[in-house]
Design a protein around this ligand. Structure first.
Ligand code: ARE
Length: 577
């Protein structure tokens, strides 16, 4: 047995509270190395009445197998160890290491411990995230709904974006297009920043309490949120707290008065007088017009938290996406979470961390993050085809095991965004590849998020190419793609297995196969990401009916041994009940 590969850390994503009485326990082993694992657990004050339960292998990646057991406990003060049976030997894995026999009389010196599930520590995600289907809007490029508030120098709506060009998109525009979004079926919108700022992207805030004048005013925003809510659509705003604009009044004052300004400590200044070349104050990247904020300064914190309270209380928004969240201190985020959840318990907090975000996702800071590691896997597997189905599923396995189940259920999964090339562009405009990737994303665990226009076939390179004006001329839309997206969204919102089901992978060399299960229902998402047709036979035979959800075709139980044709570049959603 490969003991070096075996790993477990209590009170991490290996052992965590899922609910007041539900604890999830995971164990990692070397791949294909063990034949059975029993979890032996008991109340730590009453060890002699311990119980055993056999653990289930749930996922696999390149090197490891992962086992999980979900315990329902009336008393959550438990001790536990793992009895691992390998090909030849059997061994106990305890907190004190590997033992041949577990010393029950000295159990407390050896068992792993989960001391108690405190209600306050449970990472509770808003219930609605399981039903959520998001849409991301880059506000300046969606629709110009009010020409009276447009900047004077507008470029043509259908021109190729330049870093500094203005198109005139605004909040009224999104308000006017809410019917379009409702018809598409989404039920959550993430808006890139809307507060006062000189740029088109508005990631350089001048006033955190004002709507940018080119985007509208508070009245329009209020009406927008109200109408969106009437249609069952949640609204998430972008919180840019890592940095501000060089025109942010406190920064201007510091620039002028230096240390004499009470705002001096709001920024991260290395030397005075301030200089852009060489840059002697910290910024986002090396962008001199975005001075970094010192989020540990109490007055700055108060100012930012007041704005959080203001937008949540006055406008009833449903959550925040946090810009450059990984460069801001954890203390700030903990206080931020307490505030947000105190104002609205079921508001969602979504960080922008491009890498492993576990330290932010332990329940005391964010609910989820933008899932760029999944984006990368999708680019490699679906768009560039530099990866095989098996490798893709191994990559997903690694990512799913980083986080707790509740975090995975709330991750914001995306194919593209305002910070990436458009997915269709990465597919060299091959829309079948995009359709396959979308079929994956809407079946995967977590919130599927569509970047505006991806659903109608918009393309474009990295920023600024990915920020073209939404093409409202329907004759230019890829209707086949649009209908496909609508269908996926509708299926996602209807099927319990997709909203709240478990996930497992069953790919072979030719096909990517992901299974979502909820009670007696299973949905097999079978994707042929190759140029040749393939066949697929369902592995389990215990069902009474099958339907293919994308086409609506149904089959009786005589289809048990049926071999389904999966045409080149296509996907099936096979549901069995
Ligand atoms: C502008 C130009 C760009 C130019 C850049 C630098 O448009 O063409 O390259 O300036 O001079 C906003 C605007 C951008 C603007 C930028 C600077 O939207 O258009 O770019 O401000 O003025 C990292 C960060 C992550 C960040 C990405 C972009 O960690 O937080 O880079 N994303 C957010 C927003 C952006 C926004 C900002 C931050 C700034 O979503 O839209 O930019 O407020 C790896 C790294 C990641 C890295 C990622 C992508 O994975 O590990 O850390 O993300 O690659 O580069």
């Amino acid at each position: 047995m490969n003991l070096e590969a075996i790993n477990h850390t209590p009170k991490s994503s290996d052992a965590y509270a899922y609910g007041e009485n539900t604890m999830h326990i995971r164990l990692r082993t070397a791949k294909d190395d063990v034949s059975a694992i029993e979890l032996v657990y008991g109340i730590k004050y009453d060890w002699m009445n311990h119980k055993k339960v056999s653990m289930k292998k749930i996922l696999t990646d390149e090197l490891y197998d992962y086992y999980q057991t979900n315990l329902e406990l009336s008393d959550t003060r438990i001790g536990y160890y793992f009895k691992i049976t390998g090909k030849e030997e059997s061994i106990c894995y305890t907190e004190a290491g590997f033992l041949e026999e577990f010393p029950d009389d000295m159990s407390y010196c050896y068992f792993f411990q989960y001391p108690y599930i405190n209600k306050a520590d449970i990472h509770k995600e808003p219930e609605w995230v399981k039903e959520a289907v998001f849409y991301q809007i880059f506000v300046e490029r969606f629709f110009n709904g009010d020409e009276n508030n447009s900047p004077k120098e507008l470029v043509p709506w259908d021109s190729e974006p330049k870093p500094k060009s203005f198109y005139g998109g605004d909040l009224k525009g999104i308000l006017l297009k809410l019917d379009y979004l409702q018809e598409l079926g989404i039920n959550g919108i993430y808006l890139t920043p809307i507060f006062e700022s000189p740029s088109n992207h508005k990631y350089d805030t001048v006033d955190y309490k004002e709507i940018d004048k080119y985007f509208g005013d508070k009245k329009v925003f209020q009406e927008f949120v109200r109408k969106a809510h009437e249609k069952g659509i949640k609204i998430i705003l972008d919180a840019v707290f890592n940095h501000c604009s060089e025109y942010f009044p406190p920064f201007l004052e510091v620039k002028e008065k230096g240390k004499a300004s009470p705002y001096y400590d709001w920024f991260c200044i290395e030397e005075f007088p301030l200089s852009k070349k060489p840059l002697n104050y910290q910024t986002f990247g090396y962008v001199s017009y975005m001075p970094k904020l010192n989020t540990s300064n109490p007055e700055l914190k108060k100012y930012l938290f007041d704005t959080v309270r203001y937008w949540m209380e006055e406008f009833e928004i449903d959550g925040w996406r946090l810009d450059v969240s990984d460069e801001i201190d954890h203390h700030f985020w903990r206080e931020f979470r307490n505030l947000v959840k105190e104002i609205k318990e079921d508001a969602v907090i979504i960080g922008e961390n491009w890498h492993n975000a576990y330290p932010w996702l332990m329940g005391d800071q964010f609910d989820s993050v933008m899932n760029y590691p999944v984006t990368k896997l999708c680019l490699d597997y679906f768009a560039r085809r530099t990866m095989k189905a098996k490798e893709f599923e191994k990559g997903l396995g690694t990512l799913l095991m980083r986080y707790t189940d509740q975090v995975n259920e709330a991750m914001l999964n995306l194919l593209d965004s305002h910070d990436t090339e458009r997915f269709l562009y990465a597919c060299s405009e091959n829309k079948e590849k995009l359709k396959n990737a979308a079929a994956f994303l809407f079946g995967y665990r977590g919130i599927p998020c569509t970047y505006y226009g991806t659903e109608i076939g918009m393309t474009g390179a990295y920023d600024p190419g990915c920020r073209r004006g939404f093409d409202w001329k329907q004759e230019n839309w890829d209707m086949d793609l649009y209908i496909f997206y609508k269908k996926l969204i509708q299926i996602r919102k209807t099927e319990m297995a997709l909203k709240d089901g478990t996930i497992s992978f069953h790919s072979n060399d030719n096909l990517f196969v992901m299974k979502r299960s909820f009670r007696e229902e299973n949905i097999y998402i079978v994707i042929n990401n190759t140029e040749e047709e393939k066949h697929y036979q369902l592995p389990d035979k215990e069902f009474t009916a099958i339907s293919e959800l994308l086409s609506g075709q149904t089959y009786g139980d005589n289809a048990v041994d049926k071999s389904f044709l999966v045409p080149a570049d296509s996907a099936l959603y096979l549901k069995t009940v």
